[in-house]
Design a protein around this ligand. Structure first.
Ligand code: 5GP
Length: 192
């Protein structure tokens, strides 16, 4: 998606440790119009697919996913990063290793909001090692629902997540910008 790549080139900041900061338009300050265009792009890419629910993970996936939910006219469910105990039985849960924090946390979705008849499109901001998407896929499978596909805004193609989700998990993955390489000095190079 050209508009997104141009914006990453203009406002993205490459940090040490292969982290790309996009705080200026995607996950701290948010450019709502860009998000609208991102949602329209997903609508085009998943045209003709039956989708009953959008699923993402808090916090930074929510703003993107709600625009996508509006576009498809279906509810958005976001997996919560669990802090409370004593919820066993009423939720689907799985551990996820955090890319940005290097810790492991549990994510949960209430059994009320994912049902076997659901056809789910998973949305997230970044794909690095694929742990967040893998966790969301695990929750959908636990509910017995169908995974239509996954959409990430920025895939870091030099990390293993994309290959893992596409080839090992067999999930259709649509990334709107794939970063082939990036350096602090040289910035970002995209895969065409
Ligand atoms: P994964 O689970 O694929 O390793 O990492 C995906 C999650 O880590 C995303 O939900 C995102 O919040 C965060 N993340 C991974 N890489 C980056 C990055 O380069 N920049 C930012 N801002 N977040 C990232």
């Amino acid at each position: 998606m050209q508009e997104l790549k141009d914006r990453i080139r203009k406002d993205g900041i490459v940090k040490d440790g292969s982290v790309l900061k996009v705080d200026k338009f995607l996950n701290h300050q948010i450019d709502a119009k860009l998000l609208k265009h991102i949602a329209e792009e997903y609508k085009r890419r998943f045209e003709g697919e039956e989708i009953t629910k959008i699923l993402t993970i808090e916090a930074s996936g929510i703003a993107i996913a709600i625009m996508v939910a509006l576009e498809f006219d279906v509810p958005l469910v976001f997996a919560k990063k669990n802090k409370t105990k004593n919820i066993a039985g009423s939720v689907y849960t799985t551990p996820v290793e955090s890319f940005t924090h290097g810790t492991t946390y549990d994510i949960i979705v209430s059994k009320d909001f994912l049902k076997p008849e659901d056809k789910v499109l998973i949305i997230d901001d970044f794909l690095a090692n694929g742990k967040a998407l893998q966790g969301l896929i695990t929750l959908v499978k636990a509910a017995g629902a169908e995974i239509v596909g996954a959409g990430v805004v920025i895939e870091k193609g030099f990390q293993p997540g994309g290959d893992f989700i596409r080839n090992e998990m067999g999930v259709r993955l649509e990334s709107l910008a794939i970063v082939e390489s990036m350096t602090v000095e040289g910035g970002v190079v995209f895969k065409e």
